[in-house]
Design a protein around this ligand. Structure first.
Ligand code: PLP
Length: 429
């Protein structure tokens, strides 16, 4: 039995999460399949940001640090994010960028490895990651390796298990791969790493708000994640950082600014780290951006009374299953491949298609039709060019899936993607 438009409409009508879409004003004529890159603006954000600007900043000025709880904002938003990633209250701060937070946690992890080296002799001189990890993660790790005389080893996912040896200090992985949407089993991988004495650093950029995460249950060591993707926090939103409470007080991170100090307003000349995750803050935090991020996180927390992340996950899998099935039914014979695992346990909340030719132009032709996905370049080797479609279950419905595949079919059948305007590369793909 093939799936029809009416079937998709029936799925939307029966969807208990359908009402969550009203938290957003999605532009008319747009099917937004790029929430994995920049989430849709929450409808509450403009008024909240205006309030911070005109009342808190404009009127109350410096009193707002106390009067409007500005000083507590990184921890307050962090506590909300914690509920989505299996962390406890007081264990997460929303701060800085993912890249900067990675620098902090990798540095702290290296401190731990050095302190725990038998007889002070450092034998673990490798950081392991995936070759197709997001480049900024690799750049940050590479720079730290250079500074510490260590080696960054890049592997394919299937090579990781056998590479976990006594020479390895840290395993740094992105939970859901940004290119393929493939998801690691965080608990199993962490256990395998720990069995060899290796610390784990997880990047949750494509997980937080997209798939259930249980950092505590997985006994992970460090985690960072992004505020502007599935958390809908706005362009350049503060990222977040979590450190296992077992490690949090052992060291402080090298960006030891005054916002991570135990008593910033004592203005002492020496650094005394605040207890817990607060020491992962550096300098003064962006209040307007934190306010927008809080609106975004609240859109995800609104699912808590409807089954929470488990319900969002079930819908996300139903959406990506449907997309894969419809593409295979309706776009067969057009040279599309599937880069995303079919296995539910191995799939995040996106579907990535491959095509040897024209992937970029096909995405551009779809965007011109109002179906917004994105393109990620291959490496000319085993990693192919990718057409990437993110499915944010908060605001994407089953009928959206139907129409996006219908547009893809028309773009391929008409060959309209070959038009010159769709083949001109923009700075941001
Ligand atoms: C999006 C993303 C980032 C972004 O890092 P920024 O510092 O916010 O630019 C980092 N890592 C991964 C895995 C990502 O997907």
């Amino acid at each position: 039995m093939t799936t029809t438009l009416q079937d998709c409409q029936a799925l939307d009508a029966a969807d208990p999460l359908r009402g969550l879409r009203a938290q957003f004003n999605i532009p008319a004529g747009t099917i937004y399949l790029d929430g994995n890159s920049l989430g849709v603006m929450p409808a509450s954000a403009p008024a909240r940001v205006a309030e911070v600007v005109t009342r808190e900043w404009g009127t109350d000025l410096i009193q707002s640090w106390n009067k409007h709880g500005w000083f507590q904002m990184p921890g307050q938003v962090g506590d909300k994010i914690a509920r989505l990633i299996g962390a406890g209250a007081g264990e997460v701060v929303a701060t800085d960028s993912t890249s900067v937070n990675l620098f902090k946690v990798l540095s702290a992890a290296l401190n731990m490895v050095q302190a725990d080296a038998p007889n002070g002799q450092l034998t673990r001189k490798r950081i392991i990651s995936e070759r197709s990890n997001f480049p900024t993660d690799l750049y940050i790790a590479e720079a730290l390796c250079k500074q510490h005389g260590m080696e960054l080893v890049l592997l394919e996912p299937e090579e990781i298990a056998s590479a976990l040896t006594a020479e390895v200090a840290i395993l740094m992985l992105t939970h859901v791969n940004y290119r393929t949407g493939a998801m690691h089993d965080m608990a199993a991988v962490t256990a395998a790493a720990h069995a060899e004495g290796i610390l784990t650093v997880w990047d949750l950029a494509h997980s937080a708000g997209a798939v259930p995460v249980d950092l505590t249950g997985a006994k992970a060591d460090f985690a960072v994640g992004c505020g502007y993707k599935y958390l809908n926090g706005g362009p350049g939103a503060p990222a977040f950082v979590w450190v296992n409470p077992l490690h949090a007080n052992r060291f402080w991170q090298p960006l030891a600014g005054w916002w991570g100090h135990a008593a910033p307003f004592a203005f002492t000349p020496d650094y005394q780290p605040a207890p817990g995750i607060t020491r992962y803050q550096c300098g003064t935090q962006p209040m307007i951006s934190l306010a927008a991020l809080e609106c975004g996180v609240d859109t995800v927390l609104a699912a808590e009374t409807l089954g929470g992340m488990a319900a969002l996950r079930a819908k996300s899998l139903a959406l990506t299953d449907l997309f894969i099935r419809l593409v295979e039914e309706r776009c067969a014979g057009h040279g599309l491949g599937l880069a995303t695992p079919r296995e539910h346990a191995q799939r995040g909340s996106q579907v990535c298609l491959t095509r040897d030719e024209g992937a970029y132009a096909i995405v551009q032709a779809l965007i011109a039709r109002g179906v917004v996905g994105d393109f990620r370049a291959g490496d000319g080797g085993i990693h192919k060019d990718i057409l990437r479609f993110g499915f944010t279950p908060l605001y994407i419905g089953f009928e959206d899936v139907w129409h996006s595949v219908e547009h893809l079919k028309q773009v391929l059948e008409s060959g309209e993607w070959q038009r010159p305007e769709f083949n001109r590369k923009h700075a941001v793909t």
